[in-house]
Design a protein around this ligand. Structure first.
Ligand SMILES: Nc1ncnc2c1ncn2[C@@H]1O[C@H](COP(=O)(O)OP(=O)(O)OP(=O)(O)O)[C@@H](O)[C@H]1O
Ligand SMILES: [Mg+2]
Length: 251
């Protein structure tokens, strides 16, 4: 069984969107697939409840922290025939819950929303993950997905340079598109939607599925610097972000 953890400590980065589309891709390819939702909001499990009966079944596993009277171990059971397990992480996961998710996974996908605040937080999360050592020790593969990309908002360059410096791939860019929203609302993935209406989204999502499905490569992320990610530090001379200080002449 291959396990992919979709995680970002920031809320709304696109974790559930990536997790459900990945799961639906595997399911439509005939691969027994389970979605494990660690989020008490249960967005992926809700998506599964909307799933039309005629589509290939995806098994639901609820790994959200236990409520009184609930047997967590029963809810989070993964069928033995599962070949692809996709884990949807909650925002802000840390401590034991984060360790538990990391201990299960072979691959990590990190979707990032296009704001400098999100990019900053995500880069620091990646740095902390790598510094903690489990990624290297367990040979976990890690990739980033730029999500909700808008041409008018070219904010990903500093993140790309940061990832390059760590030998980590930016595996795809997903447009800001209503197709993902309606897929989420109707229990399907972009690969299960009308072809003509989802061509661009399929093309953009394919590299993610291929990356997860590719044979295990030797992972060699570089050890990051202990400095927190800061565009001005990691990209000297970058012109996109400028600190405007009173008294400086206009450029
Ligand atoms: N590429 C996209 N284009 C358009 N809408 C998107 C895209 N990705 C995500 N969304 C929408 O943005 C919202 C947040 O996405 P999503 O739920 O996947 O994020 P999340 O990281 O799982 O959030 P949370 O931290 O709350 O679990 C949802 O309404 C989703 O439909
Ligand atoms: Mg979510």
């Amino acid at each position: 069984m291959k396990t992919t953890l979709v995680i970002n400590p920031k809320g709304g980065a696109g974790k559930t969107t990536v997790a459900i589309n990945l799961a639906s891709y595997f399911a439509t390819s005939g691969i027994p697939t389970t979605v494990m939702d660690y989020d008490p909001q249960g967005s992926s499990l809700n998506w599964l409840r909307q799933r039309p009966m005629h589509l290939t079944r995806i098994h639901p596993a609820n790994a959200a922290p236990a409520k009184p009277g609930r047997m967590r171990s029963m809810d989070m059971r993964v069928p033995e025939d599962t070949r692809q397990l996709v884990i949807d992480a909650p925002a802000g996961a840390s401590g034991l819950l984060l360790q538990e998710m990391l201990s299960r996974t072979n691959c990590i996908l990190i979707p990032v929303a296009p704001s400098s605040i999100d990019i900053h937080a995500t880069a620091n999360f990646i740095r902390d993950l790598l510094l903690a050592g489990r990624i290297r020790a367990n040979n976990i593969r890690l990739a980033v997905v730029a999500n909700r990309v808008r041409k008018s908002l070219p904010v990903y360059q500093p993140l790309e340079r940061f990832l390059n410096s760590l030998n980590l791939p930016l595996v795809s860019r997903l447009d800001d598109s209503d197709v993902y929203v309606s897929a989420a609302e109707t229990g399907v993935g972009v690969f299960e939607m009308e072809f003509a209406a989802s061509v661009a989204e399929r093309q953009q999502f394919m590299p993610i599925a291929e990356w997860v499905d590719s044979p295990k490569l030797i992972v060699d992320p570089k050890v990051p610097s202990l400095l927190p990610f800061h565009p001005a530090i990691s990209v000297p001379g970058r012109s996109g972000l400028r600190v405007v200080t009173k008294g400086f002449p206009a450029p």
